[in-house]
Unconditional design. Structure first.
Length: 346
């Protein structure tokens, strides 16, 4: 019997990391479960993409002069980071890559005394991270290597009744304000089509069955968003509004003209001017440039084009966003062009 190739051993290591991540996340208690999940899932993802590269003539290594592999101080070779390998594997604006990036940033911001509430707040994204791993695993290595037959839906004590929205509000209120702002900033930094993708955040209705159970039934049914009718989707949108503080754009609802935005921000940020505001909407791509004929191409959470009045109007979220951003002196200088801009924008 011939020995297994190197990539196969790396792949088994990847799957073991994911098994451990799920076991730690689903265990009773609340001792750093989310952090453990992120750490081991990240290792699982990294090893998965390394195994793919090794199997398919890719390159998982960092290389120096002459294309030679760079040695690691511990004696091994230095491998590319998860971020680098993910964006080599996934196409642009892939929700799965955005989900990975989200958890890389979240890991560094977890406050452990609030971890239980943070875990509940991002549970949809946590589920997507695991489902994405399984889909890529099967996509590359086939169903025989999949983990679907091993991982079970966990038993839980939670609110899935009519009081669910109240429960979500209570969880949200317990999450640190700074983390909520970071999540909002992250979401506004990626395309809305990505944040609404199930690969970025898993969203389903759980419908308990009260009648007799048939062979075709499960005790709980998962319903995809695309399968909902208008009334069911309206309920889902209400819950999403609680979680993400987003509203469906309605013309003139809570909107402000640019001058009103400047006045509102200046109350918290002295010396804020119309020039600063112009620099800000250009820097954060809140609305298109005046030369762009597609005037409706805006970030709807921040800005909308009012056709009847032929002008752009802004939201309270945009005001709050500007107050936070201009409160950071180094970022304020970057927005205003007082030093070379970074390639990474919020």
């Amino acid at each position: 019997m011939s020995p297994k190739p190197a990539w196969w051993h790396v792949l088994q290591g990847s799957k073991n990391e994911v098994r451990l991540a799920v076991d730690l996340y689903n265990r009773s208690g609340n001792e750093r479960q989310l952090e453990a999940f992120i750490v081991h899932m990240s290792m699982g993802w990294l090893k998965l993409l390394q195994a793919n590269a090794l199997k398919n003539n890719g390159d998982p290594y960092i290389r120096g002069k002459g294309g030679r592999r760079v040695s690691h101080p511990d004696g091994d070779w230095t491998y590319k980071s998860l971020h680098t390998m993910a964006y080599e594997y996934f196409s642009a604006n892939d929700a799965r890559a955005a989900n990975l990036t989200f958890f890389t940033g979240l890991r560094n911001r977890i406050e452990h005394r609030h971890e239980k509430n943070i875990a509940s707040f991002v549970s949809g994204r946590t589920q997507s991270n695991l489902l994405n791993y399984e889909s890529v695993l099967v996509e590359i290595f086939g169903e025989d290597e999949g983990l679907g037959s091993e991982l079970r839906f966990p038993l839980f004590v939670s609110t899935i009744t009519g009081d669910g929205i109240k429960a979500v509000k209570a969880v949200r209120a317990a999450v640190p304000k700074g983390l909520l702002e970071w999540i909002q900033d992250f979401d506004t930094g990626v395309d809305e089509s990505v944040t609404r993708d199930q690969g970025f955040e898993f969203r389903v209705f759980l419908l308990p069955h009260t009648g007799p159970k048939s062979e075709a039934d499960a005790s709980m049914t998962f319903v995809r968003e695309s399968e909902l009718d208008d009334s069911e989707r309206k309920v889902l949108d209400q819950v999403r509004t609680v979680i993400r503080e987003k509203q469906v754009p309605v013309d003139s609802l809570g909107s402000m003209r640019a001058g009103q935005v400047v006045d509102a921000v200046r109350e918290r940020v002295p010396n804020f001017t119309m020039h600063w505001h112009t620099r800000a909407w250009k820097f954060f791509n809140a609305r298109p440039d005046t030369k762009n004929k597609n005037r409706t191409s805006t970030r709807s959470d921040f800005c909308r084009y009012s056709a009847p009045f032929e002008q752009y109007v802004y939201t309270q979220s945009w005001v709050d966003f500007l107050i936070r951003k201009f409160g950071d002196a180094s970022l304020r200088d970057e927005i205003l062009g007082r030093k070379p801009q970074s390639t990474e924008k919020i």
